[in-house]
Design a protein around this ligand. Structure first.
Ligand SMILES: [Cu+2]
Length: 68
């Protein structure tokens, strides 16, 4: 199990954090997702088959590209 925190500048409100939680939670292998507006961050706990790469790709696809 691995936990990563990303800064996501595109987060502007609770709709954004809800979207991120919903979309990332749906990835196979993701155990938990916490997203906050202040600070604009998401913390994700996951294991295989989810990978750092697949999570970053998904976040970019839904218009919330992470900045580390
Ligand atoms: Cu928003």
């Amino acid at each position: 199990m691995q936990t990563l925190t990303y800064n996501i500048p595109n987060i502007s409100c609770r709709h954004c954090t809800n979207t991120i939680k919903m979309e990332v939670s749906a990835l196979d292998g993701v155990q938990s997702v916490d997203a906050t507006v202040e600070p604009k961050q998401v913390t994700i706990t996951f294991q295989e088959p989810a990978t750092e790469e697949s999570i970053k790709t998904l976040l970019a696809e839904i218009n919330f590209p992470p900045v580390i």
